[in-house]
Design a binder for this molecule. Sequence first.
Ligand code: CU
Ligand code: ZN
Length: 173
Amino acid sequence: MRRLVIGTTFLAVGACAAPPAAMGGAGAAIADATGRTVARAAVRARAGGISVHVETTGLAAGTYGVHLHAVGRCEGPAFASAGGHWNPTGRQHGRDNPAGAHLGDLPNLVVGGDGRGILDFTVAGAALAGGGADALLDSDGAAIVVHAQPDDYRTDPSGNSGARIACGVLKPA
Ligand SMILES: [Cu+2]
Ligand SMILES: [Zn+2]
């Protein structure tokens, strides 16, 4: 029932404001289990895929696995509610896995000693919206999740990237 109401709100906003822009991009504030925003993400539709930009100013120096997850719900502290990696093509995890990769697999986010890190990646062959079941923003939405450890780009289903430490729901922007 709650999701139905949210969906109606999005429709209303799209109808009154700018539908093309709403279909072309999405954004997320990525928050840790305490609710503190540690990173922001922007996703854009582009020819032949979607581009993902993640920027952090609030994580400890290190290397973190980051993925697009299949469900737009972030309930801490474990963020299991975001589901598995976004995987509309039915592959295994990781670009170095012969049976990979998930469309939601992204490169690791590297954070320097100043707490800053940027990730830019284009997911080829992916769709942002458009109503299809294989679009990222489908009926149950999508989330972007930061993990405690680096992704090894190979181990199914999550690259041995450890606990989910932060999560953001992607919303049309
Ligand atoms: Cu993940
Ligand atoms: Zn994956």
